[in-house]
Design a protein around this ligand. Structure first.
Ligand SMILES: Cc1cc2nc3c(=O)[nH]c(=O)nc-3n(C[C@H](O)[C@H](O)[C@H](O)COP(=O)(O)O)c2cc1C
Length: 602
């Protein structure tokens, strides 16, 4: 067998694919063939490597050189220079602060080096289509240990002792949930994996399934053994075709290797898994709605209790867990509860994967120990503001979450601490906001999502969220009153208390939390018709400073409504009645002559 001199890991996560990963890979393959190196250089398409803003990314081993923002031309050069001549191509290396070139940022840059990878331990490292690579990283060892050395109750005890809590939003103790399902009477039980991942901007579950599908198969089989189920379902949304494809391949491989199916590993335990594809409705992530959807019914929630552990799929006891929760299970069983507890806090042990987005330099997926502070996450890992503007707040937990102002950034990220501030860990969305973000507009953005996604079954959620949205819309247009703010607050609390499921019960959170910390912004909108962040179009105007305008005509040339007039080398002017407030002019002005003013000029 020829000796492999290099392995190229190329990120085939969603962001890298959309940034052109496939064409980079095609060029790599072609050039490697051209130089007859195909027996010595292996190309592996991995799951998401995390640093989505740097894609397409590849890492060349054994050196571990990390290339970023690749193009087909870059791929050609890297083959010719790095692979043929051993010379690192500097222009495609990571550039740290102050432009320092870093060939192995994984070792030096906090975005990579501060992470602790448990749920995503194999993502970006192994070939997700190759079961042997999973086994080589201790894959299926935990299943072997559970089935051969432990009773189901012992498995549950380890999960309970580890303190693992649900990563799908509510943070419920996983071991306890398994115990309820185990103790619930019934010959037939079901194990369900919730891979619906409806939170906008969240893609941690998808990345795990795409990058390490076997971990979910192993975890579900262990859970099935623990609760006494013989059948499992992965509920996966149709928008995730790569995850569906890789999981399907992995399921077949697991069956072939005897990790799934009849008499697993020669024991008398049999278990198999089916994929059920959801159409992508947010409410179908709610556990009772999800089960209705698997049963072929309309995906609407029902009243709890009875809980799924008592009456779940087809009325049988069922256990439902999120993808990231499950991905923590095999290492917990393999290494033990205390191993997991070495990270995180007493009440929130372990790690959490976050999708870091918004006004930070480093965006993408990060897995960090629970208890890390928001400041560390935003400034050390996220790298702080890319523009130097002041970071104002962070929105956590997606549409069910809330905002946390900068003064609370030293708060540790755990379930209780964030809840006390009116926000949640949720599924792990983190959107960093700066002085250009209007809090009323942020609340409106999230509420628009829940209004669209409300299933309509209960009145508070169906009608109430719509009413709240209308009021927010009025306020952002400068048509709101102080009474509207009061109505928003009261209505929000009523919807929280009276909605049937978690969707309605949490929908007002973004509004209530922005009202809690940024009421002054709401008041500025209604009293002074001002948007302090100069974001709400109806409340701003663009103006040209005659002192700074040199008459270069750049603004007039890009204006889509031709509302800027003026001769070359003479001060320009904006016709406010025709301005559509698109902001194109401000972007092209090189003299800082255009600014936004609020309230709007009549
Ligand atoms: C409207 C709504 C949407 C939800 N969407 C998801 C989802 O996409 N994925 C998920 O794992 N949990 C979601 N949940 C939470 C699940 O209902 C459930 O609590 C979770 O899957 C349990 O697994 P865990 O204990 O491992 O977190 C959602 C809940 C609500 C109310």
């Amino acid at each position: 067998m020829p000796l492999e001199t290099n392995t190229i890991l190329i990120c085939a996560g969603g962001a890298c694919i959309s940034a052109g990963e496939e064409s980079v890979k095609d060029v790599l393959e072609r050039k490697i063939k051209e130089y007859n190196l195909q027996d010595n250089i292996k190309i592996v398409e991995t799951g998401c490597m995390g640093a989505c803003s740097l894609g397409p990314i590849m890492v060349i081993h054994p050196e571990g050189v990390y290339y970023q923002k690749l193009t087909p031309e870059a791929a050609e050069k890297i083959v010719e220079e790095h692979l043929l001549k051993g010379r690192i191509v500097e222009e495609y290396l990571y550039q740290g602060d102050k432009g320092k070139i870093v060939p192995q940022p994984q070792k030096e840059i906090p975005f990579f080096s501060r992470q602790v990878k448990i749920a995503t331990r194999n993502v970006g490292i192994i070939d997700p289509l190759n079961i042997d690579e999973y086994i080589a990283r201790d894959g299926y060892f935990a299943l072997h240990k559970a089935l051969k050395e432990m009773k189901p109750e012992e498995v549950i005890q380890v999960v309970k002792d580890s303190g693992l809590r649900g990563r799908g939003g509510a943070g419920f103790p996983t071991g306890l949930k398994w115990e309820f399902a185990r103790k619930s009477p019934g010959d037939e039980k079901y194990m369900i994996c919730n891979a619906d991942e409806g939170d906008p901007g969240a893609f941690m579950d998808r990345s795990i399934l795409e990058g390490d599908p076997h971990t979910i198969i192993e975890a579900m089989t262990i859970a099935g053994y623990a609760i006494g189920a013989t059948k499992g379902f992965v509920y996966l949304r149709a928008e995730y075709p790569i995850a569906i494809e890789r999981l399907t391949v992995a399921l077949n491989q697991a069956r072939e290797y005897g990790f799934l199916g009849e008499n697993i590993l020669g024991t008398d335990f049999s278990f198999d898994i089916e994929i059920r594809i959801g159409a992508g409705a947010f409410v179908c992530g709610e556990e009772t709605a999800l089960m209705h959807s698997i049963e072929g019914k309309r995906g609407q929630p029902r009243v709890k209790p009875p809980f799924p552990a008592q009456k779940g799929l087809w009325g049988k006891p069922s256990n439902i867990n999120n993808v990231e929760t499950l991905a923590c299970v095999p290492p917990i069983i393999y290494h033990g509860a205390n191993w997991f507890r070495q990270w995180g806090t007493e009440k929130s042990p372990g790690t959490k994967v976050f999708a870091l987005a918004g006004k930070v330099k480093n965006t993408g997926l990060v897995e960090v120990p629970m208890g890390i502070t928001l400041r560390e996450l935003i400034y050390e890992i996220g790298g702080g503001s890319p523009t130097g503007k002041k970071i104002k707040a962070v929105q956590t937990g997606g549409p069910s979450g809330g905002v946390i102002p900068e003064e609370y950034f030293d708060t540790p990220v755990d379930y209780e601490s964030l809840q006390k501030l009116g926000a949640i860990v949720g599924s792990g969305g983190l959107i960093v906001l700066d002085e250009d973000d209007c809090m009323v507009d942020v609340a409106k953005f999230f509420l628009e999502f829940t209004v669209d996604e409300s299933c309509g079954k209960c009145t508070p959620c169906r009608e109430g969220t719509k009413k709240m949205y209308e009021i927010l819309d009025k306020i952002t247009k400068g048509e709101g009153t102080e009474e509207d703010i009061e109505i928003l607050e009261n209505l929000g609390n009523v919807i929280k208390d009276s909605s049937l499921c978690g969707l309605g019960q949490t929908a007002p959170n973004p509004v209530l939390s922005t009202l809690r910390y940024y009421k002054d912004e709401y008041l500025a909108h209604v009293r002074e018709k001002k948007c302090p962040a100069s974001k709400c179009k109806a409340l701003i105007s663009y103006v040209i400073d005659p002192e700074k305008c040199v008459g270069c005509t750049a603004c007039a040339r890009v204006c889509p409504s031709s509302c800027i007039s003026g001769e070359v080398r003479k001060v320009h002017e904006i016709d406010q009645s025709a301005c559509v407030k698109c902001g194109s002019c401000i972007e092209v002005c090189r003299f800082g002559a255009i600014s936004k003013v609020t309230p709007a000029i009549e």
